[in-house]
Design a protein around this ligand. Sequence first.
Ligand code: MRU
Length: 337
Amino acid sequence: MLPAFEWKKNKLVMIDQRKLPSKEIFIEYDDYRGVARAIETMVVRGAPAIGVTAAYGVALGVLDLRAAQGIDRAFERIYARLERTRPTARNLFWALERMKRAFEAHKARGLAGLKKALVAEAKAIEEEDVRANEAIGRNGRGLIPAGATVLTHCNAGELATAGYGTAVGVIRAAHDQGKRIRVFADETRPFLQGARLTCWELDRRGIPVTLITDNMAGWFMKKGEIQVVVVGADRIARNGDTANKIGTYSVAVLAKEHGIPFYVAAPMSTVDASLASGDEIPIEERSGKEVREAAGRCLTLPHVAVRNPAFDVTPAKYVTGIITENGVYAPPYSFGS
Ligand code: MRU
C-alpha cells in the first residue's frame, strides 16, 4: 500500500492526492516552503496527515539552517509559514506546537543535535499517529454490526493520516473481523475526496464500496440501506461539536432523523479543548474555482458568485459517539475537564 508520504534520506516524498486515482505521482520536498504549498494546494490533505507533514516541514526548515546564529528568528519564520496553510485542522497546530517544544528543549545543544532531535520528533509524531489509528480501529469495530452498510463522507483513511486511517480504519478493522460489511462513499463535492480517494483505498483493500453522490444519502437512509455512519474530524471542541468536511453536518442531521448511529473517529490530537464549542472553530474558505470547475472544466458561468467553505460543524447533539485511541466517548462530551 502506498503511504500518503514518506521521510526518505532527509526528504519528504508525497503522493500527489490531487491526481489520484488516475495517476500515482510522487513529489519530493526538501524545503519547508514547498511542504507548506503542498498542504495549501492539497497534494496532501486530511487533518492528521497535514499535522505530520507540517512537522516534517519544520524539520526540513531547520535542516537547511547553516549557522546557530539567529535560529530563533529562523524558526519563527518556518513556524509562521506552516501555520498559515490550513486553519481548521487542529492536528496542524498540535504538531507544530510539539515541534516548537522540541526546538526549545534542544536548541542549546548545537545545530547538529537540534537537527537530529527535530527529525526524531517528527518521526515520533508519525509513528504515534499510526498507533492511534490502529487503536481507533480496535475501539470502533464493535460498533459496526455484521452485514451493515456503512456510510462515510470525505476521506478519513490511510491517505488522510500517517497510516491505517480513522473512520476508514474503523471500517477496515470491522472488515478484518469478517463482518461482511459494505460501504457507501459520498463523492464529497467539490474536491471529490470520497469518489477519488476513499473508493480507491477501499477497492485496493477488497472492501466492497459503492459510490453515491452527496445528495443521495438521505434517500438511501429512508430506504433502510444504511445502518451506520462513520466520519473523521478536523477539529473537535470541548463539548463534542465536530468540524469535518463540508456536508458532514447534513449527513448527521439525516442520520438522526432516520435513527441511524452517527460516529466520529479521530485521534486525541484532533481535540481542541481550548474551544468551548464549535462556534469558535475557524472554518477555511477555499477558492471558488474548486466549485465552479470539475476536472479542469468550467461547470457554470465563469463569473458566477460561489461560496466554498471547506468544512462545517456538526453539533454534538447529532454525534452518537466519538471513537478515539483512548476509547469511545459518549455524550455529554466534556473533553479536557
Ligand atoms: O479538506 P481535506 O481533504 O483536508 O478534509 C479532510 C477531512 O475533512 C477529513 O474527514 C478529516 O481531515 C479527517 S482525516 C482522518
